[in-house]
Ligand binder design. Sequence first.
Ligand SMILES: NC(=O)c1ccc[n+]([C@@H]2O[C@H](COP(=O)([O-])OP(=O)(O)OC[C@H]3O[C@@H](n4cnc5c(N)ncnc54)[C@H](OP(=O)(O)O)[C@@H]3O)[C@@H](O)[C@H]2O)c1
Length: 224
Amino acid sequence: MLVARDKDRLDELALDLTNKYRVNCEVIVADLATEAGANHVAKRCADDSKPISVLVNNAGFGIKTSFEKTPIAQEEAMLNVLVRAPMLLTHAALSVMRKRGRGHLVHIGSVAAWITSGTYSAAKAWLTTFSESLSVALAGTGVTSTVVAPGFVRTEFQQRAGMKPQDVPNWMWLSARLVAQQAWQDVLAGKTVSVPSLQYKVLSTLTRGLPRPLIRRVSKDVMR
Ligand SMILES: NC(=O)c1ccc[n+]([C@@H]2O[C@H](COP(=O)([O-])OP(=O)(O)OC[C@H]3O[C@@H](n4cnc5c(N)ncnc54)[C@H](OP(=O)(O)O)[C@@H]3O)[C@@H](O)[C@H]2O)c1
């Protein structure tokens, strides 16, 4: 089941996956920033006649401008996509997974959750704590919850947010394939937190161990 707003791209991806892996792909066109869109997908996630084994809360976007300069509607849309939609979809999918006694919840967070870089950081911090809490609450049930915290990944993310990828040093970039492969291994191993790549494992261990005032100083202007 593939969810996004762009139907043509979803149909193309569904066809590609069907041809390569001989799987059935269900396409749902929905805007997760809207109540109607998120509710529509949540209803599908709660359908136990076609149970979902793995839910990946991946949709997201960033905002380049500072909080006070960003139109509040854009901030609300980001909060809806990064926080509200994952909460609704997880709640819906979890009901089915608990009945079956198995399933994987996967939340795509970010290393930004551990710094103080605006509302994006705040939303990813929410998702991280949410997923960690679920992981503890679901221990021994057969259902797992993993938060994946990538660093910079070469996707359309930076370009869509109007950020400048050229300002990021080469060694900080990861491929989407590497992130997906390492994250999936961690999901299957039942890990609570997955940080793909050695460089970000080291960086995130340092970040989480450093005093908060220092984090506040270094994270100023990282993303905005
Ligand atoms: N790239 C990075 O450096 C990086 C680093 C850390 C974490 N992340 C996180 O990784 C996740 C995936 O991002 P990405 O890097 O793959 O960015 P991307 O290439 O821009 O992809 C974003 C995806 O989210 C979907 N999406 C965005 N807004 C949506 C909405 N309102 N409703 C439904 N779907 C929506 C997009 O599809 P449509 O536009 O067709 O709706 C697209 O499939 C995000 O949660 C992001 O925060 C990215």
